[in-house]
Every structure is written in structure tokens, then in C-alpha cells.
Write a protein that binds this ligand. Structure first.
Ligand SMILES: Cc1cc2nc3c(=O)[nH]c(=O)nc-3n(C[C@H](O)[C@H](O)[C@H](O)COP(=O)(O)O)c2cc1C
Length: 311
């Protein structure tokens, strides 16, 4: 076995039936609508490309400004801007079949029927390996309806489950008191994995203008400031369900990725941290290889290995 294969095995992970050669994924909406991120990311370093949410109809998104920075990360209210299913099916999907990494398409909708429509469409696209249901966007009217009511969430997941055999991930909202009922509802409804989680509802204001910094007022907080909050939800979800957890929230280094994995994640999405350093994923992959070699461990042995203090 060559040195390269040993490296590949060290970082390899599985999310249900999907085998990924690294645990590093892009976060939906932070690496674009198509596969163009592969022009600056080495496919060997990337486990899967998770693309921006697509909705049945095109959406113009929210009024500007849509992003504001603070010392812990950013606040955004993009509002699921996208060109809609027809454009995506005709222009984006055909290219995805040619690329070297698995693609997870992300489905958005306002109603159960819209999620089902997106799931059927993605199921028929050759280049889509799995489907992530965005049940948790805080930046659109009614965007968290399904993520803040476990019964509604289970109905959407169950309805999408029956129309696809592709891996189906439910992306949960952090804007709840406890994530456990949502994680369990998604699992019971047939999700193959959970993405934990999306952005936290937040607000930045400018005291001089007496106005919110974003055109829509509230937005979703992402970046390193939310990492401990996301880590808690990842740990609690992993304790509550058997299906794999994909972490999302503030990861910016190999150490952060391993922290999420020890807490129970089988893979980790990187979003906001890559805005400053677009090839950050490749740097993290290199650092992961070095850290695991030094520790004599593999990703598989680390997942869920957190030892909780006995009181
Ligand atoms: C500008 C921006 C756009 C986003 N768009 C989407 C989206 O379209 N669909 C989605 O499921 N999540 C979206 N997210 C949430 C991210 O995928 C991720 O869950 C969140 O930002 C937390 O991870 P991070 O701190 O690594 O960025 C977006 C986040 C940002 C910052």
C-alpha cells in the first residue's frame, strides 16, 4: 500500500452509504451555486461539495446590505438567492456528473410540496450523490417553520424520503432550545444523516444611524463565534440518534474539525472561515494528516470518542 493510500484511509469517513475520502465538506451557500470552487480546491482534500440551496422558483434574495462582519464572524441575510430549479437542472447539473468529488445538492422550499418537488428533481440528476434539506434558513419568511416544529419537520422529511433512494440529510436549525426532539424526529422520518446546524438568528446595529446593519434587520450568525454553540448541538444530537452527524458552525482549523469529530460528527462543513482563505480546506486537510499521524489515530477512531466528566 502506497503512502498516498494510507493518507486516504486515515482521513476517510462514511455518512451512511456515502464513502468520503476526507471529512471536509463545503457549507451550503458559502462556496457557490456550482462546482467552480474546484478551480481553487484540490479534490483530494474535499470529501464532498455541498452546494447552495436551490428552490423551485428563482429568488432575488433580500435587500442590501446582506452581510456584516463582527469580531466573532459574520451576520448574513442573503435570503436564499438562487436562479431556481429549471436553470440549475439545465445549466449546473450536467457539469456535476463530470467532477471528481461527490456533490450534495441542497433543497429549499416554502411548503412540503416544494421540498418534495426539489427532492424528486435532484433524485433524477446524475451528478447529485445526496440531498441536504435546508429546513433551517433564518433569512426568509417562514424559513424556520419546519425546523422549529418537530412534527412539521418529520412530515417534510418523511414525504421526501418516499420519493428518493439517494442519501437524504436534514439540516437542522440551531434556533431552538433543545435540538434533541428535532434530531430524533428527522431520524424517525427516515433521514440518513443530520447536518447540525445552520446560522443562529442575530442582529447587528449601527448606533450612529440608529439602524440595523442589514437591510432586512435580523440575519444569521456564522463563523468562529458560534463554534461552541454548534459543538454543543453536535454532541447532543450524536447522543440522541444513531444516524451520522455532519457538523456545521464555525470550524476554521484542523483542531476545530477534530473537536467536532470527537464530539460525535462524522464529517465537518467549512463555510465562513473560507471567505478570508478560499483554499482553507486544503490547508486543513494537510494539517489533519499531520495531526493524526502525530496522534497515531484515524478519523474513524476519533468519532464520538469524547469522554464526559463523571460528576
Ligand atoms: C453567506 C452565507 C450563505 C448561506 N447560505 C446557505 C444556504 O443557501 N443554504 C444553507 O443550508 N445554509 C446556508 N448558509 C449556512 C452555512 O451553510 C452554514 O451552515 C453556517 O454558515 C455555519 O457554518 P460556518 O460558521 O462554517 O459558516 C449560509 C451561510 C452564509 C454565511
Amino acid at each position: 500500500m502506497g503512502a498516498q493510500s494510507i493518507f486516504v484511509m486515515t482521513l476517510s469517513t462514511t455518512i451512511g452509504s456515502l464513502s468520503l475520502h476526507t471529512p471536509l465538506l463545503t457549507g451550503s451557500g458559502t462556496f457557490g451555486h456550482d462546482a467552480s470552487a474546484l478551480s481553487f480546491l484540490n479534490p483530494d482534500d474535499l470529501g464532498a461539495l455541498v452546494l447552495k440551496t436551490v428552490t423551485p422558483q428563482p429568488r432575488p434574495g433580500n435587500p442590501n446590505p446582506r452581510m456584516a462582519e463582527y469580531e466573532g464572524g459574520i451576520l448574513n441575510s442573503i435570503g436564499l438567492e438562487n436562479r431556481g430549479l429549471h436553470y440549475w437542472r439545465d445549466k449546473v447539473a450536467p457539469e456535476l456528473a463530470q467532477i471528481a468529488v461527490p456533490v450534495i445538492a441542497n433543497a429549499g422550499g416554502h411548503t412540503l410540496e416544494e421540498y418534495v418537488e426539489m427532492t424528486i428533481a435532484f433524485s433524477e440528476m446524475e451528478g447529485v450523490e445526496g440531498i441536504e434539506l435546508n429546513l433551517s434558513c433564518p433569512n426568509v419568511e417562514g424559513g424556520t417553520r419546519f425546523a422549529t416544529d418537530p412534527i412539521a419537520l418529520a412530515q417534510v422529511v418523511a414525504a421526501c424520503r418516499v420519493v428518493t433512494e439517494k442519501p437524504l440529510w436534514a439540516k437542522l436549525s440551531p434556533n431552538v432550545e433543545s435540538i434533541v426532539p428535532f434530531a430524533q424526529a428527522a431520524e424517525q422520518a427516515g433521514a440518513d444523516a443530520l447536518t447540525v446546524s445552520n446560522t443562529f438568528l442575530g442582529l447587528l446595529v449601527d448606533w450612529r444611524t440608529r439602524q440595523p446593519q442589514l437591510g432586512r434587520g435580523f440575519g444569521g450568525v456564522s463563523g468562529s463565534g458560534i463554534r461552541p454553540l454548534a459543538l454543543r448541538f453536535v454532541y447532543e444530537s450524536a447522543q440522541a440518534v444513531e444516524i451520522p452527524i455532519v457538523a456545521s458552525g464555525g470550524a476554521a482549523s484542523a483542531k476545530d474539525v477534530l473537536d467536532f469529530m470527537v464530539a460525535g460528527a462524522s464529517a465537518v462543513q467549512i463555510g465562513t472561515a473560507a471567505f478570508r482563505t478560499p483554499d482553507l480546506l486544503s490547508k486543513i486537510a494537510q494539517d489533519l494528516r499531520a495531526l493524526l499521524k502525530e496522534d497515531g489515530s484515524t478519523i474513524q477512531t476519533l468519532i464520538g470518542s469524547l469522554e464526559w466528566p463523571s460528576l
